[in-house]
Design a protein around this ligand. Structure first.
Ligand SMILES: [Zn+2]
Ligand SMILES: [Zn+2]
Length: 379
């Protein structure tokens, strides 16, 4: 207004202030409305419609879109910023693809009731599983008597957790497993400073001694039990309490998406096999409706390809009883064994054989009692 030169971060501050002040009326009182929810709702339909005008535009848009998303990821996630952009994009993509399936593909008459029912059930189950995943990853409680993490207390000799390296692992385990403060002879409250041996596992932000395999998420600002990673697509951490439902969400999404893509391609390009139709489908751009369906099939294939890669990595990690966080640490410190050009990373710490690893993974959330507190909202 005064025609004075603006500081470089002025715009960021303005957006942050608007974001903070923007509230919507809610039953339990006004709630903050995050502006990062909006762009996917506008950009995705616009980009997909432009991409369906011509196959060259399709190539440009479908390569630019992932690059823009990756750029935004580096601008926000790498700076440990919290955003609903990715969750909004993921959920809206799912619903928008389903809407176009109902509005554009089903009226063509090539999809029967059973196939429609299968896709609808797949979408519904994916959403239910996603909501279940968002219930919380399992937080490290301030009071040591309330912390349970049964997935870590075997194979102590090979445990290379930070606390074990400095000879303190035994103390950490005791501090988190005692049933009564009297058993350790100390109160164990959050305000108590860590003993000398516990300092490597002490989180100065949460004021807790973390059990083995727990980690502090700098985006969520809390310590998570058996932390796997912070997933921007669900805007939450993946930990001991929600890892199974996270994996289930991935499986349901990938299966539903692959089935939906095959139905779409069979409808818009019946003269070709499904795989061939994705790469060569003559006359598909003659009609806007078929071109839009074809473009959405491509968009869904790109997203599904990315998630299929993540699913494979997750299945490998569970089979070797490692978390994504432990894999990253092992690669950084060069302590793990890598196989298949780095696709498999075995940290060699918790692995007890394929079957035992899966049994441990599928039963680990049973150890979490009572239900976890929810410091954040569902979104
Ligand atoms: Zn913490
Ligand atoms: Zn997190």
């Amino acid at each position: 207004m005064k025609k004075e030169p603006q500081k470089a971060d002025s715009l960021t501050q303005v957006v942050a202030t608007i974001n903070d002040r923007l509230r919507v009326p809610w039953i339990s009182g006004a709630r903050r409305f995050d502006l990062s929810l909006i762009p996917p709702l506008i950009l995705l339909p616009v980009f997909l419609h432009i991409a369906s005008w011509h196959f060259l535009l399709g190539i440009i848009v479908l390569t630019t879109l992932p690059l823009l998303v990756i750029l935004y990821y580096y601008l926000t996630h790498r700076k440990k910023g919290r955003t609903l952009f990715f969750l909004s994009l993921a959920v809206f993509s799912l619903f928008y693809m389903f809407y176009l399936f109902i509005a554009e593909v089903v009226p063509r008459g090539d999809v029967n009731h059973i196939q429609l029912g299968a896709v609808t059930t797949g979408v519904a189950l994916t959403v239910i599983s996603l909501i279940n995943t968002k219930r919380g990853p399992g937080y490290v409680r301030p009071h040591p008597t309330e912390t349970h993490s049964t997935v870590t207390y075997h194979n102590p000799q090979s445990d290379i957790d930070a606390a074990y390296l400095n000879g303190a692992r035994h103390q950490v385990v005791i501090a988190n497993r005692v049933s009564s403060p009297d058993q350790t002879g100390e109160s164990g409250t959050a305000s108590v400073e860590p003993r000398e041996g516990q300092k490597r596992n002490w989180c100065s932000v949460c004021k807790v001694v973390r059990p083995s395999r727990a980690g502090h998420c700098r985006i969520c600002g809390v310590c998570i039990l058996r932390l796997d990673h912070h997933c921007v697509w669900i805007n939450s951490c993946v930990g001991q309490a929600n890892h199974i439902s996270f994996l289930l969400t991935l499986v349901l999404f990938v299966l539903t998406s692959l089935y939906g893509i095959s139905l779409v391609l069979r409808s818009v390009c019946p003269q070709q096999s499904v795989m061939m139709a994705l790469f060569y489908c003559p006359d598909v751009y003659n009609q806007h409706s078929t071109a839009l369906c074809f473009t959405c099939a491509w968009y869904s294939s790109i997203v599904t390809g990315g998630l299929l890669h993540l699913l494979v990595l997750q299945l490998i990690n569970v089979s070797y009883n490692t978390t994504q966080r432990e894999v990253r640490l092992a690669l950084r410190e060069k302590t793990g064994r890598t196989l298949l050009w780095g696709l498999i990373v075995d940290t060699g710490v918790y692995c007890r054989g394929f079957r035992s690893n899966w049994v441990e993974f599928l039963t680990m959330s049973n150890a979490l009692e009572p239900p976890n507190p929810k410091p954040t909202d569902l979104v």
